[in-house]
Design a protein around this ligand. Sequence first.
Ligand SMILES: [Zn+2]
Length: 252
Amino acid sequence: MTNRMVTIRTINLKDTNVFLLPCNDGYLLIDTSRPGTYPQFLGAIKDLGIAVGDIRYLFLTHHHWDHVGFINELVNDPKSDVKVVLHEKELPFLSHERMSNLRGRNRGLKLVLWYVHNVMKTCYEPYFPKSDDVIIRTTEYSMNDIGIDGLALHTPGCSEGSISLILETGDSFVGDVAMKRRRLFLSYPAPSYIEDLQQIHDSWRNLIRHGAQVIHPSHGSSFPVDRLHKELEKHEWKGYFSDVILYMYDEI
Ligand SMILES: [Zn+2]
């Protein structure tokens, strides 16, 4: 871990945080929020004094609709010259070749997810990687070559190819592997929608092992890594009252 400060610029677009970090010759952007938010994003970066041409890389934490919403608009913007950094396991989902196994963590959230998919009909344009995109095929990938002192870590659990960016400072951008928002009786830091809770916990352990200090989730405000420690301990001691209730209520 290093004490070197990194300026983190956070933009909240319709409940999804996107982040800008300085990198070689410009900025690395983490995620792209929901479809339809590109004009809002352009306005927000203009206010920060950043031009779209300054964004060199887009780090895609995972393929969900609220994170890939304007990927094509950004990549195809005539003023942009951005390369996408993503994990190979996200490719089939981005191209719509396969559907994700995402589910809500309780019956209420399952209903919300059904509503989101079938009534709101949320969808995103398929994305097909370009030849100079960075496709990560390993569990750890050094970001040093692009001017980021840190690692991309494979952190599955909310999506098979979910990745987190962990800086030398301990700042960790985790997508939806952890979040700080309350939904239908479930408290943070576990995400509301998951593929595999055990994998989520393993991903937290991996982040902790790599020196995570501050968790910057895509939904909700940043929080100290201690919160992940506490939640893991809680799950190791299954006798906690809230867990009993949740187990009675539904699988978690
Ligand atoms: Zn999300």
